[in-house]
Design a protein around this ligand. Structure first.
Ligand SMILES: CC(C)(COP(=O)(O)OP(=O)(O)OC[C@H]1O[C@@H](n2cnc3c(N)ncnc32)[C@H](O)[C@@H]1OP(=O)(O)O)[C@@H](O)C(=O)NCCC(=O)NCCS
Length: 330
Protein backbone atom coordinates (compact mmCIF):
# COMPACT_ATOMS: atom_id res chain seq x y z
CA UNK A 1 0.00 0.00 0.00
CA UNK A 2 1.29 3.46 -0.90
CA UNK A 3 0.69 6.01 1.83
CA UNK A 4 -0.06 9.70 1.42
CA UNK A 5 3.00 11.87 1.17
CA UNK A 6 3.25 15.39 2.61
CA UNK A 7 3.62 18.24 0.13
CA UNK A 8 5.52 21.27 1.35
CA UNK A 9 6.14 24.77 0.08
CA UNK A 10 8.77 24.81 -2.66
CA UNK A 11 10.77 27.51 -0.83
CA UNK A 12 11.24 28.90 2.68
CA UNK A 13 12.69 32.09 4.08
CA UNK A 14 13.25 33.88 7.36
CA UNK A 15 10.21 36.12 7.87
CA UNK A 16 11.38 38.04 10.93
CA UNK A 17 13.95 38.25 13.71
CA UNK A 18 13.85 39.39 17.34
CA UNK A 19 16.33 39.37 20.18
CA UNK A 20 16.64 39.92 23.92
CA UNK A 21 19.70 40.83 25.93
CA UNK A 22 19.99 40.58 29.68
CA UNK A 23 20.17 43.77 31.70
CA UNK A 24 23.39 43.16 33.61
CA UNK A 25 26.49 44.62 31.92
CA UNK A 26 29.74 42.97 32.97
CA UNK A 27 32.64 45.00 31.62
CA UNK A 28 36.26 43.88 31.50
CA UNK A 29 37.03 45.89 34.61
CA UNK A 30 34.53 43.82 36.58
CA UNK A 31 35.79 40.63 34.88
CA UNK A 32 39.28 41.44 36.17
CA UNK A 33 37.97 41.37 39.73
CA UNK A 34 37.29 37.63 39.16
CA UNK A 35 40.33 36.59 37.10
CA UNK A 36 43.88 37.85 36.76
CA UNK A 37 43.70 39.61 33.41
CA UNK A 38 43.38 43.05 31.84
CA UNK A 39 40.94 44.96 29.65
CA UNK A 40 43.70 45.31 27.05
CA UNK A 41 44.45 41.53 26.97
CA UNK A 42 40.77 40.54 26.68
CA UNK A 43 40.04 43.11 23.96
CA UNK A 44 43.14 42.24 21.99
CA UNK A 45 42.61 38.45 22.17
CA UNK A 46 38.82 38.35 21.71
CA UNK A 47 37.39 41.78 20.80
CA UNK A 48 35.18 41.69 23.91
CA UNK A 49 34.78 44.98 25.81
CA UNK A 50 31.77 43.90 27.85
CA UNK A 51 29.28 41.07 28.02
CA UNK A 52 25.70 40.63 29.29
CA UNK A 53 24.76 38.25 32.08
CA UNK A 54 21.30 37.59 33.45
CA UNK A 55 20.29 39.73 36.43
CA UNK A 56 17.37 39.80 38.83
CA UNK A 57 14.23 38.17 37.38
CA UNK A 58 15.90 37.03 34.16
CA UNK A 59 16.50 33.47 33.04
CA UNK A 60 16.66 31.30 29.93
CA UNK A 61 12.88 31.16 29.70
CA UNK A 62 12.28 34.90 30.03
CA UNK A 63 14.95 35.76 27.45
CA UNK A 64 13.62 33.15 25.02
CA UNK A 65 10.05 34.39 25.38
CA UNK A 66 11.04 38.03 24.94
CA UNK A 67 13.00 37.35 21.74
CA UNK A 68 10.29 35.06 20.37
CA UNK A 69 7.46 37.55 21.02
CA UNK A 70 9.27 40.23 19.04
CA UNK A 71 9.96 37.83 16.15
CA UNK A 72 6.32 36.67 16.04
CA UNK A 73 4.99 40.22 16.10
CA UNK A 74 7.36 41.28 13.32
CA UNK A 75 6.36 38.27 11.22
CA UNK A 76 2.82 39.62 11.28
CA UNK A 77 1.31 36.23 12.06
CA UNK A 78 -0.69 34.88 14.99
CA UNK A 79 1.29 32.75 17.45
CA UNK A 80 -1.34 30.06 16.92
CA UNK A 81 -0.18 29.64 13.30
CA UNK A 82 3.30 28.56 14.45
CA UNK A 83 3.26 24.79 14.21
CA UNK A 84 6.86 24.03 15.21
CA UNK A 85 9.08 25.50 17.92
CA UNK A 86 12.78 24.61 17.94
CA UNK A 87 14.90 25.85 20.84
CA UNK A 88 18.65 25.57 20.53
CA UNK A 89 20.45 25.80 23.85
CA UNK A 90 23.04 24.11 26.03
CA UNK A 91 22.01 25.98 29.15
CA UNK A 92 18.63 24.44 29.95
CA UNK A 93 19.49 22.48 33.06
CA UNK A 94 16.76 19.84 32.96
CA UNK A 95 17.48 16.81 30.85
CA UNK A 96 13.73 16.39 30.41
CA UNK A 97 11.30 17.83 29.51
CA UNK A 98 12.73 20.21 26.93
CA UNK A 99 12.00 23.91 27.37
CA UNK A 100 10.51 24.34 23.87
CA UNK A 101 7.04 22.86 24.70
CA UNK A 102 6.71 25.25 27.65
CA UNK A 103 7.74 28.20 25.46
CA UNK A 104 5.22 27.14 22.79
CA UNK A 105 2.43 27.03 25.37
CA UNK A 106 3.34 30.41 26.88
CA UNK A 107 3.56 32.01 23.43
CA UNK A 108 0.18 30.65 22.33
CA UNK A 109 1.60 28.26 19.72
CA UNK A 110 -0.98 25.69 20.75
CA UNK A 111 -0.26 22.09 19.78
CA UNK A 112 2.99 23.04 18.02
CA UNK A 113 5.64 20.36 17.67
CA UNK A 114 8.28 21.58 20.09
CA UNK A 115 11.75 20.33 20.94
CA UNK A 116 15.20 21.41 22.10
CA UNK A 117 18.38 20.78 20.17
CA UNK A 118 21.87 20.67 21.62
CA UNK A 119 24.33 21.82 18.99
CA UNK A 120 26.10 24.52 21.01
CA UNK A 121 27.26 27.52 18.98
CA UNK A 122 26.14 25.87 15.74
CA UNK A 123 22.64 25.39 17.17
CA UNK A 124 20.93 28.33 15.50
CA UNK A 125 22.12 27.28 12.03
CA UNK A 126 21.18 23.66 12.81
CA UNK A 127 17.70 24.98 13.65
CA UNK A 128 17.49 26.97 10.39
CA UNK A 129 18.53 23.87 8.46
CA UNK A 130 15.80 21.86 10.14
CA UNK A 131 13.12 24.55 9.74
CA UNK A 132 13.87 24.92 6.04
CA UNK A 133 13.76 21.15 5.47
CA UNK A 134 10.56 20.69 7.51
CA UNK A 135 8.74 23.43 5.59
CA UNK A 136 9.82 22.14 2.17
CA UNK A 137 8.95 18.57 3.16
CA UNK A 138 5.46 19.58 4.25
CA UNK A 139 6.04 18.66 7.91
CA UNK A 140 5.69 22.29 9.08
CA UNK A 141 4.38 25.65 7.88
CA UNK A 142 5.67 28.33 10.28
CA UNK A 143 8.66 27.41 12.42
CA UNK A 144 9.92 29.46 15.36
CA UNK A 145 13.67 28.93 15.80
CA UNK A 146 15.12 30.27 19.05
CA UNK A 147 18.78 30.34 20.05
CA UNK A 148 19.12 31.17 23.74
CA UNK A 149 21.80 30.76 26.38
CA UNK A 150 22.62 31.64 29.96
CA UNK A 151 26.23 30.54 29.86
CA UNK A 152 26.99 32.78 32.85
CA UNK A 153 25.60 29.87 34.86
CA UNK A 154 28.29 27.60 33.41
CA UNK A 155 31.32 29.84 33.84
CA UNK A 156 34.16 28.85 36.13
CA UNK A 157 35.13 32.25 37.52
CA UNK A 158 38.44 30.78 38.61
CA UNK A 159 39.39 29.80 35.06
CA UNK A 160 41.21 32.70 33.42
CA UNK A 161 41.25 30.88 30.07
CA UNK A 162 37.43 30.92 29.61
CA UNK A 163 35.67 33.20 32.14
CA UNK A 164 35.97 36.36 30.00
CA UNK A 165 34.43 34.75 26.91
CA UNK A 166 30.96 33.42 27.63
CA UNK A 167 27.71 35.36 27.98
CA UNK A 168 23.90 35.28 27.92
CA UNK A 169 21.24 36.31 25.41
CA UNK A 170 18.49 35.13 23.08
CA UNK A 171 17.55 35.55 19.43
CA UNK A 172 14.60 34.16 17.52
CA UNK A 173 13.35 33.98 13.96
CA UNK A 174 10.15 32.85 12.28
CA UNK A 175 10.79 30.74 9.19
CA UNK A 176 7.90 30.30 6.79
CA UNK A 177 6.87 29.43 3.23
CA UNK A 178 8.04 31.73 0.45
CA UNK A 179 7.56 32.39 -3.27
CA UNK A 180 11.32 32.69 -3.73
CA UNK A 181 14.12 30.84 -1.99
CA UNK A 182 15.61 32.61 1.06
CA UNK A 183 17.65 29.78 2.63
CA UNK A 184 20.45 28.00 0.79
CA UNK A 185 21.33 24.31 1.28
CA UNK A 186 22.81 23.79 4.74
CA UNK A 187 26.50 22.85 4.90
CA UNK A 188 27.01 21.07 8.19
CA UNK A 189 29.01 18.42 9.94
CA UNK A 190 30.89 17.40 13.05
CA UNK A 191 34.27 16.29 14.34
CA UNK A 192 33.53 14.17 17.38
CA UNK A 193 37.21 13.31 17.78
CA UNK A 194 37.50 16.79 19.28
CA UNK A 195 34.57 16.36 21.67
CA UNK A 196 36.73 17.45 24.60
CA UNK A 197 37.79 20.74 22.98
CA UNK A 198 34.84 22.59 24.55
CA UNK A 199 33.04 20.55 27.19
CA UNK A 200 31.60 20.37 30.67
CA UNK A 201 34.35 19.90 33.23
CA UNK A 202 32.52 16.98 34.82
CA UNK A 203 29.44 14.85 34.05
CA UNK A 204 26.17 16.49 35.00
CA UNK A 205 25.31 14.33 38.04
CA UNK A 206 28.77 15.00 39.52
CA UNK A 207 28.41 18.71 38.86
CA UNK A 208 25.00 18.83 40.52
CA UNK A 209 26.32 16.86 43.50
CA UNK A 210 29.11 19.39 43.92
CA UNK A 211 26.63 22.27 43.73
CA UNK A 212 27.25 23.70 40.24
CA UNK A 213 25.71 23.31 36.79
CA UNK A 214 28.65 21.80 34.94
CA UNK A 215 31.18 24.50 34.21
CA UNK A 216 32.74 24.79 30.75
CA UNK A 217 36.33 24.00 29.89
CA UNK A 218 37.98 24.84 26.60
CA UNK A 219 41.17 23.98 24.74
CA UNK A 220 41.43 27.49 23.35
CA UNK A 221 44.22 26.99 20.85
CA UNK A 222 42.71 23.79 19.37
CA UNK A 223 39.39 25.58 18.87
CA UNK A 224 41.16 28.57 17.36
CA UNK A 225 43.03 26.39 14.85
CA UNK A 226 39.87 24.49 13.86
CA UNK A 227 37.82 27.67 13.46
CA UNK A 228 40.38 29.57 11.40
CA UNK A 229 41.22 26.57 9.18
CA UNK A 230 38.44 24.04 8.74
CA UNK A 231 35.54 26.42 9.47
CA UNK A 232 36.86 29.16 7.21
CA UNK A 233 36.88 26.51 4.49
CA UNK A 234 33.34 25.41 5.43
CA UNK A 235 32.26 29.03 4.94
CA UNK A 236 33.61 28.86 1.37
CA UNK A 237 31.76 25.57 0.82
CA UNK A 238 28.57 27.22 2.10
CA UNK A 239 28.89 29.96 -0.52
CA UNK A 240 29.53 27.37 -3.23
CA UNK A 241 26.48 25.33 -2.16
CA UNK A 242 24.38 28.49 -2.39
CA UNK A 243 25.78 29.44 -5.77
CA UNK A 244 26.81 32.83 -4.38
CA UNK A 245 30.15 34.62 -4.81
CA UNK A 246 31.66 36.93 -2.20
CA UNK A 247 30.88 39.88 -4.49
CA UNK A 248 27.17 39.08 -4.21
CA UNK A 249 27.19 39.09 -0.42
CA UNK A 250 25.89 42.07 1.56
CA UNK A 251 26.56 40.81 5.08
CA UNK A 252 28.63 38.24 6.95
CA UNK A 253 27.18 37.10 10.27
CA UNK A 254 29.47 34.46 11.77
CA UNK A 255 28.94 33.04 15.23
CA UNK A 256 30.41 35.62 17.59
CA UNK A 257 33.08 33.32 19.04
CA UNK A 258 35.99 35.68 18.96
CA UNK A 259 36.81 38.70 16.79
CA UNK A 260 40.19 37.25 15.85
CA UNK A 261 38.44 34.19 14.40
CA UNK A 262 36.09 36.50 12.45
CA UNK A 263 39.11 38.44 11.12
CA UNK A 264 40.86 35.23 10.03
CA UNK A 265 37.70 34.16 8.19
CA UNK A 266 37.49 37.52 6.44
CA UNK A 267 41.04 37.12 5.17
CA UNK A 268 40.40 33.55 4.08
CA UNK A 269 37.14 34.37 2.28
CA UNK A 270 38.63 37.55 0.76
CA UNK A 271 35.39 39.41 1.45
CA UNK A 272 35.11 42.77 -0.33
CA UNK A 273 35.12 45.88 1.89
CA UNK A 274 31.43 46.57 1.15
CA UNK A 275 30.32 43.41 3.00
CA UNK A 276 29.00 44.34 6.44
CA UNK A 277 30.50 42.17 9.18
CA UNK A 278 28.76 41.42 12.49
CA UNK A 279 30.87 42.41 15.51
CA UNK A 280 28.36 42.18 18.35
CA UNK A 281 30.85 40.20 20.42
CA UNK A 282 32.29 43.57 21.49
CA UNK A 283 29.27 44.36 23.68
CA UNK A 284 27.53 41.01 24.10
CA UNK A 285 30.38 38.48 24.42
CA UNK A 286 30.05 34.94 23.10
CA UNK A 287 26.48 33.82 23.77
CA UNK A 288 26.64 30.62 21.72
CA UNK A 289 23.35 29.69 20.00
CA UNK A 290 22.01 33.23 20.51
CA UNK A 291 24.86 35.07 18.83
CA UNK A 292 23.84 34.86 15.15
CA UNK A 293 20.16 35.92 15.47
CA UNK A 294 21.20 38.60 17.99
CA UNK A 295 23.79 39.95 15.57
CA UNK A 296 21.30 39.75 12.69
CA UNK A 297 18.78 41.80 14.64
CA UNK A 298 21.44 44.34 15.63
CA UNK A 299 22.67 44.82 12.04
CA UNK A 300 19.10 45.38 10.82
CA UNK A 301 18.27 47.73 13.70
CA UNK A 302 21.38 49.85 13.09
CA UNK A 303 20.62 50.12 9.38
CA UNK A 304 24.00 48.59 8.45
CA UNK A 305 22.07 45.77 6.77
CA UNK A 306 18.57 45.86 5.35
CA UNK A 307 15.71 43.53 4.60
CA UNK A 308 16.33 41.57 1.40
CA UNK A 309 20.12 41.64 1.77
CA UNK A 310 22.08 38.44 1.17
CA UNK A 311 23.98 37.22 4.23
CA UNK A 312 26.34 34.35 5.00
CA UNK A 313 25.75 32.83 8.44
CA UNK A 314 27.92 30.14 10.02
CA UNK A 315 27.89 28.66 13.51
CA UNK A 316 30.55 26.41 15.07
CA UNK A 317 31.35 25.15 18.53
CA UNK A 318 31.28 22.37 21.10
CA UNK A 319 30.98 18.90 19.63
CA UNK A 320 32.75 19.97 17.60
CA UNK A 321 29.87 20.85 15.26
CA UNK A 322 29.23 23.44 12.57
CA UNK A 323 26.52 24.58 10.15
CA UNK A 324 26.23 27.40 7.62
CA UNK A 325 23.77 28.86 5.12
CA UNK A 326 23.36 31.86 2.87
CA UNK A 327 20.09 33.58 3.71
CA UNK A 328 17.97 36.50 2.61
CA UNK A 329 17.64 38.85 5.58
CA UNK A 330 14.08 39.39 6.85
C1 LIG B 1 41.01 31.66 24.59
C2 LIG B 1 42.10 32.40 23.88
C3 LIG B 1 41.73 33.87 23.74
C4 LIG B 1 43.38 32.31 24.70
O1 LIG B 1 44.43 32.93 24.01
P1 LIG B 1 45.80 32.15 23.82
O2 LIG B 1 46.72 33.08 23.12
O3 LIG B 1 45.51 30.84 23.17
O4 LIG B 1 46.22 31.96 25.33
P2 LIG B 1 47.26 30.96 25.96
O5 LIG B 1 46.51 30.05 26.85
O6 LIG B 1 48.14 30.35 24.90
O7 LIG B 1 48.13 31.94 26.80
C5 LIG B 1 48.95 32.94 26.19
C6 LIG B 1 49.44 33.87 27.26
O8 LIG B 1 48.35 34.65 27.77
C7 LIG B 1 48.23 34.45 29.18
N1 LIG B 1 46.83 34.43 29.54
C8 LIG B 1 45.95 33.41 29.45
N2 LIG B 1 44.74 33.79 29.85
C9 LIG B 1 44.85 35.10 30.19
C10 LIG B 1 43.95 36.06 30.66
N3 LIG B 1 42.66 35.79 30.87
N4 LIG B 1 44.40 37.31 30.88
C11 LIG B 1 45.69 37.63 30.68
N5 LIG B 1 46.59 36.76 30.22
C12 LIG B 1 46.18 35.51 29.99
C13 LIG B 1 48.91 33.13 29.47
O9 LIG B 1 49.37 33.06 30.79
C14 LIG B 1 50.04 33.14 28.47
O10 LIG B 1 51.09 33.96 28.96
P3 LIG B 1 52.67 33.63 28.64
O11 LIG B 1 52.78 33.76 27.15
O12 LIG B 1 53.36 34.66 29.40
O13 LIG B 1 52.84 32.22 29.12
C15 LIG B 1 42.38 31.79 22.47
O14 LIG B 1 42.92 30.48 22.60
C16 LIG B 1 41.15 31.72 21.62
O15 LIG B 1 40.65 32.75 21.19
N6 LIG B 1 40.65 30.51 21.33
C17 LIG B 1 39.43 30.31 20.62
C18 LIG B 1 38.35 30.27 21.63
C19 LIG B 1 36.97 30.46 21.08
O16 LIG B 1 36.74 31.25 20.21
N7 LIG B 1 36.04 29.70 21.63
C20 LIG B 1 34.69 29.80 21.32
C21 LIG B 1 34.34 28.83 20.26
S1 LIG B 1 32.61 28.66 20.22
Amino acid sequence: MSLNVAQGSRFARILSVGSAIPSRVVDNEEMCTYIESSDEWIQQRTGIAERRWIGEGEDLESLSLAAARIAIERAGIEASSIDTVILSTVSHFDQTPGLAPKLAAKLGATDAAAYDISAACAGFCYGIGQADALIRAGAATNVLVIGAETLSEMINLEDRSTAFLFADGAGAVVVGPSETNGISPVVWGSDGDQFEAIAQAEPWPDAVASGNKGVLTMQGQAVFRWATGFIADAAKRTLDAAGVTVDQLDAFIPHQANDRITNAMLRSLKLPEKVVVARTIKNFGNNSAASIPLAMDALLASGEAKSGDTALIIGFGAGLVYAGQVITLP
